[in-house]
Design a protein around this ligand. Structure first.
Ligand code: DCP
Ligand code: MG
Ligand code: MG
Length: 367
């Protein structure tokens, strides 16, 4: 098997994410048991419980009814997904200010590969401390961070000392760290698998790591071999920066067909704003900017420009898109729809300067 050089991975996860955001928004909730979720009379469940509520045995995914039985004085708050989304974008952008190698796992957590940032003066642990301070200072929220040589160990570590935790697993100490933990802590081991393992006397990760490959394969197939590797702290999976779309775009049909330059520029600016925000959120820049236009008679075409230097902001996108719009405007031409798109996406850190600029007219499809 080929081995990668030693890596330094951080896993960062907000503490009681929804509940902490609500406590931040309304300081009278600070220090109190807060549960965010659906109403008990509607069979709602708990999405997030503050650590004060957890002291009473309240947990995520528990029926709200049960939560209120355990903690009758809990303060129930409705979820505000727009707000959580916004905070998520903000934290991901703080992460990306440290390194472009960020892999979000959900709204409130991400992996960061900081291998290349570590120096004699600054360890991965120092970077983790800096990250926690930055999040607290900018967002007024706490994250827990795990530091390890792989994603799976870093993720388990971040959960060890919540809230406001920092758990570092030194290289070479992965096995000892994992051994006493229950098997459910391993990625991919759910209640069913853990039940089957416990019937075979395998309760801890240490128990699992002492099973032979043959036994694991006979009982659990390929997944068994993977579990065994994880139990030994062996995980070479990479921090994946962007596994999504190849382009980002936004489009809008006008309320009434328009030939008014001001209205059209305004729309281009608003669409560029959406595209630019998305790029910033994902830490990527675009090498091409596209403008999609549909006339009153439904003729649809796109203009696109490959830029001399890639853009990653709303202003940059808007400027390029407006330049593409200018030659298309005429009093006889009524537009029905306008779209702005960004293509040729690369991580901001890998952006290369392009020596040529070209404008192309393309009929038909828009990615
Ligand atoms: N969430 C949800 N339903 C679940 C689990 C989570 O709606 N069953 C939402 C609410 C959480 C957010 O996702 O606030 C993040 O999930 P986490 O598992 O990270 O849980 P918390 O951040 O709330 O708490 P912890 O401190 O344990 O990370
Ligand atoms: Mg969390
Ligand atoms: Mg989480």
């Amino acid at each position: 098997m080929e081995f990668l050089p030693m890596r330094q991975i951080l896993h960062a996860d907000f503490d009681a994410f929804y509940a902490s955001v609500e406590q931040r928004e309304d300081p009278t909730l600070l220090g109190k048991p807060v549960v965010v979720g659906g109403r008990p009379e509607l069979r709602g469940v708990v999405a997030s419980a503050s650590y004060e509520a957890r002291g009473f045995g309240v947990r995520s995914a528990m029926p709200m009814r049960t939560a209120l039985q355990r903690c009758p004085h809990a303060i129930m708050v409705n979820a505000d997904f727009r707000l959580y989304n916004q905070v998520s974008r903000q934290v991901m952008s703080i992460f990306r200010n440290i390194t472009s190698l960020v892999e979000p796992l959900s709204l409130d957590e991400a992996f960061l590969d900081v291998t290349d940032l570590v120096t004699d003066e600054e360890s991965a642990t120092d970077i983790a401390i800096k990250l926690k301070e930055k999040v607290r200072a900018v967002l007024g929220l706490t994250i827990s961070v795990g530091v390890a040589s792989s994603k799976s160990v870093a993720k388990i570590a971040s959960d060890m000392d919540k809230p406001d935790g920092l758990t570092v697993v030194a290289c070479g100490e992965e096995r000892e760290f994992l051994a006493p933990l229950t098997v459910e802590k391993l990625w991919g081991v759910g209640p069913k698998t853990s039940e089957r393992l416990s019937q075979a006397g395998v309760l801890t990760v240490g128990d699992l790591s002492s099973k032979t490959n043959e036994w694991m394969q006979a009982n659990f197939g390929q997944v068994g071999l993977q579990m065994k590797r994880l139990s030994l702290g062996e995980d070479q999976s990479l921090v994946v920066v962007s596994r999504e779309r190849k382009s980002v775009s936004a489009e809008m049909t006008l309320a009434t067909d328009s030939n008014d330059p001001e209205a059209l520029y305004d729309l281009v600016r608003r669409l560029s704003d959406r595209v630019g925000t998305d790029l910033e959120y994902r830490g990527i820049v675009a090498k091409t900017v596209k403008l999609k236009l549909r006339l009153a008679d439904y003729t649809t075409f796109t203009r696109q420009e490959t830029l001399i230097s890639p853009v990653g902001s709303a202003e940059g996108i808007a400027e390029a898109a407006a330049k593409l719009l200018l030659p298309e405007l005429s009093t006889e031409r009524f537009f029905r729809l306008v779209g702005v798109g960004a293509g040729g996406l690369v991580p901001s850190s890998q952006a290369q300067i392009h020596m040529e600029s070209m404008i192309q007219l393309r009929l038909g499809g828009f990615e």
